[in-house]
Design a protein around this ligand. Structure first.
Ligand code: PHE
Ligand code: ZN
Length: 882
């Protein structure tokens, strides 16, 4: 560990590179334990940089075999090569070629960064700083070069040889068992977009003709035997290519688009130019192996990586502080894609739920950081919900404020202006401002200020003047390093409901008609007065969740119920149901557990309202399914905000589930029966919606506590003909102490024990199931013969699901859950710091726990701080402790 690795890097220290690299010529001699790389780099001093400086290249654990400048080998005293880089003090003042011969060991690479092996194949992961593990390089996103890559490997074990761009040549190496392939990528790119793959893989192929008539060959490479699980990914890819042409005018720019699925991958997927590499979990799907949620995730991520071709690859980031420039925008694009393909409002509900459950806690805890951070220690720790999901919300707000047409014009200008460049968030906003004529200077605060703004609203009605005044104040909480903040422009979409539930026309005092209900809050305190309001209206605020804020308002349960029945905005109608339940649940779980709110009058009214909505046939199935889902235990914890007792929360939620399950038993049973026949499996929105709604009903029925309802769940599992029905009924059964639960669990294992992705689900269900002994269960599974700490998917399935999906288990009173996570993270930290640091993120909300749990968490964190940690984990632990 170098102490210098622990020094934060600052955005304000950005300096252009001293040297540029025009072309990169790479020649790989692939061997599992010793791969040799020849690199010829055409370099020149950067005219924009200051006086001549020594050439300093990044490197990490690469062995230098030889080095030459313009063909002349350098003597040992003419350079210095270390674990972390290569320095050449004296290089030509004009253009020159640097030739490097280096070696690395893919087989020993367990961090899964750089060149590594997965199931016998060679693959790479270079974002953000993995290329320096392959050869010495200016490994930063503002150095763009064109690449020519030759891969040479044993032909029998590596029939497939892939890199970025277009294939130009292939053949046998005479007199050997080896062959080679040459790839050329004409588009200049930063090193983080480099990729190479070699191995024995199967492929499925298709093609796509772009709007201007370019014929693109599409291939998906997978392990042999998995070819029958690629159709959905391929269909999603073609849909994404078409959608990006139609919605954003973006066309693909190479002759081939390759996707490779690997089983060992730290993240979801990677947008390498022309050669996307995927975690196989986000490619492989068959009705019996993948759930509806998996299908939706595959569709979204295939699109996401494809969309990066323009937002990320053609236009990239100047430095890693600008990560949201590509990620926020690309998440926004994939969200819009999925919303267009399926029921839009349901997609919005799922995205907001995801934002609130993952980003809001981050933004209110010790790891809070701006969407564009000002400093970091380890960039790998900044692939966060804030950069991705909140970053996407910022793009969405821009589209809302500019309107779809001007937003599109702004993006067109951005693509035109910056194609082939590495740019900043300021460049992005400038393009949008120039194209629309809107001043976006204040919007920059959204990128630079951390923390979720609170939007406190109240509505005053004046009988005399028939006016309603909406008072809004934005409260910007302090976050680490940012005690004071500037007010931000907040798009606030609203409606005012009249007595019969219809939207009233919105006319501001100055006569402006708000046809779209959109207000723009710009001050700390602001009021908006609406005229011609005959009777006191019911406010529907933050429709569509028009800004990533925490809305607080004085509104009573009757009004919430009214919104739940009548709001014309589907998002807010759902939100009302959630708020209603959350109010009951927090009242029950606050301070000491009090069952009254989740058993009494309010609870039965909620149940009745849910039944009415669930029976409204004009509403999409998926939407009605969402209405039937109670806030999760972590939703409730977030609402409580402090003094959190996870057991009380669970007790409250289980009781409400029981109350509802009994109060509207007949309706739920009716829904369950009526939706019994969903026909042959299809992942489309309607079929998936039916399954989702039916399972939501089943969950409440089982919650009623009746034994024949548990039997219903067991029968649901036994009768399942697809993974969705199987896995959700298993999840419902999992917490119960019942032979039918054990039978189902054993059956699932027997059927899927040799299928890694499905077996992950078996681990995850147990990890998530709330039982008094879940710590021991999960601990026991660590030594299951099928478990391995080396495979990230399996680690996430067991340890990640436990830490993030089992609040009562992880936060067990005696602190055993915390100790367990710490021990696992320490073991993983030794070989895969990136993975370990991610797991440790689960401690982010420790300060909001009740004092006893808080003390246990603190002790565990302090223990970690005293252990030997990687830079990645050190940053998370030290910041979490604060
Ligand atoms: N850039 C990838 C994506 O969003 C994520 C990723 C980051 C993958 C770092 C691997 C390593 O889409
Ligand atoms: Zn991305």
């Amino acid at each position: 560990m170098h102490e210098s690795d622990r020094q934060p890097k600052h955005l304000s220290d950005y300096a252009a590179p001293d040297y540029l690299i025009e072309t990169v010529d790479l020649d790989f001699h692939l061997e599992p334990e010793r791969t040799i790389v020849h690199a010829d780099l055409a370099m020149r001093p950067n005219p924009e940089a200051k006086a001549a400086r020594p050439l300093v290249l990044d490197g990490e654990g690469v062995e230098l075999i030889s080095i030459a400048v313009d063909g002349k080998p350098l003597q040992p005293d003419e350079y210095s090569a270390t674990e972390t880089g290569l320095t050449v003090p004296d290089v030509p003042t004009g253009p020159f070629t640097l030739s490097l011969k280096t070696a690395c060991n893919p087989e020993a690479n367990e961090a899964l960064l750089g060149l590594y092996r997965s199931n016998g194949a060679f693959c790479t992961q270079c974002e953000p700083e993995g290329f320096r593990r392959i050869t010495f390089f200016l490994d930063r996103p503002d150095v763009l070069a064109t690449y020519r890559v030759r891969l040479e490997a044993d032909k029998k074990t590596n029939p497939v040889l892939l890199s970025n761009g277009n294939p130009v040549e292939r053949g046998d190496v005479e007199g050997t068992d080896r062959h080679y392939a040459v790839w050329e990528d004409p588009h200049p790119k930063p090193s983080y977009l480099f990729a190479a793959v070699a191995g024995d893989l199967a492929k499925i192929s298709d093609s796509f003709t772009t709007q201007s008539g370019r014929e693109v060959a599409l291939n998906i490479y997978v392990e042999h035997g998995k070819e029958d699980r690629c159709d959905w990914a391929m269909e999603s890819l073609k849909n994404a290519m078409k959608w990006d042409e139609e919605r954003f005018g973006r066309e693909y720019d190479l002759d081939v688009f390759n996707i490779v699925a690997v089983s060992d991958f730290n993240m979801g997927a990677m947008e390498n130019k022309g050669l996307n590499i995927f975690n196989d979990k986000l490619v492989l799907a068959r009705p019996d192996t993948a759930s509806d949620a998996d299908y939706a995730a595959i569709e979204g991520v295939i699109a996401h990586e494809y969309f990066h071709n323009w937002t990320g690859n053609r236009i990239t980031c100047r430095d890693w502080f600008q990560l949201c420039l590509k990620e926020g925008l690309t998440v926004f694009r994939d969200q819009e894609f999925s919303a267009d393909l399926r029921a839009g409002p349901v997609k919005r509900i799922l995205d907001v739920r995801n934002l609130k459950s993952r980003q809001f806690p981050e933004d209110s805890g010790p790891l809070a950081h701006p969407v564009r951070p000002g400093s970091y220690i380890e960039i790998n720790n900044f692939y966060t919900a804030t950069v991705y999901e909140k970053g996407a919300e910022l793009c969405r707000m821009l589209q809302t404020m500019l309107g779809r047409d001007d937003f599109r014009k702004g993006l067109d200008l951005y693509f035109e202006r910056h194609d082939g460049q590495a740019v900043t968030v300021e460049d992005f906003l400038a393009a949008l401002a120039d194209a629309s004529g809107k001043d976006l200077s204040e919007f920059m605060h959204w990128y630079n200020q951390a923390g979720t703004p609170e939007l406190a609203c109240s509505l005053d009605y004046d009988q005399q003047s028939k006016t309603a005044t909406l008072n809004v104040s934005q409260i910007l909480p302090a976050t680490p390093g940012q005690p004071n903040k500037e007010p931000m422009p907040i798009p606030l979409r609203i409606g005012l409901l009249g007595p019969n539930g219809d939207d009233l026309p919105l006319t501001l005092e100055d006569g402006t008609e708000l046809s779209d209900g959109l207000l723009e809050v710009t001050e700390r305190e602001q009021s908006f007065t609406f005229t011609g309001i005959p009777t006191p209206p019911t406010p529907s605020l933050l429709r569509e969740f028009s800004a990533p804020v925490r809305l607080t308002q004085t509104i009573d349960l009757e009004q919430i119920e009214f919104l739940m029945m009548h709001d014309s905005d589907p998002f807010n109608r759902w939100q009302a149901a959630q708020s209603y339940a959350a109010k009951l649940l927090t009242d029950a779980a606050r301070d000491r557990y009090n069952p009254e709110p989740v058993k009494g009058q309010g609870a039965s009214r909620l149940a009745k309202a849910l039944a009415v909505t669930a029976n409204e046939e004009e509403l999409a199935y998926a939407y009605r399914g969402e209405m039937l889902k109670l806030p999760s235990e972590s939703d409730i914890a977030r609402e409580l905000a402090r003094n959190i007792d996870t057991d009380a929360i669970r007790e409250a939620r289980e009781t409400l589930r029981e109350t509802i399950g009994n109060a509207i038993h007949a309706d739920l049973a009716g829904i369950y029966e009526e939706l019994a026949d969903t026909g042959p499996y299809s992942p489309d929105g309607i079929s998936a919606g039916k399954r989702s709604m039916r399972i939501a009903a089943l969950d409440l029925l089982v919650g009623s506590g009746k034994d024949d309802e548990l039997e219903r769940a067991a029968a649901h599992y036994r009768g399942a003909t697809n993974m969705t029905d199987a896995i959700y009924s298993l999840l419902i059964l999992a917490p119960h102490d019942d032979p039918r639960r054990d039978e189902a669990m054993a059956d699932f294992y027997e059927r899927w024990k040799d299928d890694a992705l499905v077996l992950d689900k078996w681990f995850a269900v147990q990890a998530r199931s709330a039982r008094p002994d879940s710590v021991e269960i999960v601990e026991g599974l660590l030594s299951h013969p099928k478990f391995s700490l080396k495979n990230p998917n399996r680690v996430r399935a067991l340890i990640g699901s436990f830490a993030n999906g089992n609040p009562t288990g992880f936060n067990r009173k005696d602190g055993a859950g915390y100790e367990f996570l710490a021990e696992c993270a320490l073991r993983i930290d030794k070989f895969n710091p990136h993975m370990a640091a991610r797991l440790l993120g689960a401690f982010e909300s420790w300060r909001f726990l009740e004092p006893n749990r808080e003390a246990h968490a603190k002790a565990t964190l302090e223990g970690l701080a005293n252990a030997e940690l990687s830079t990645d984990s050190y940053e998370i632990v030290s910041k979490t402790l604060g």
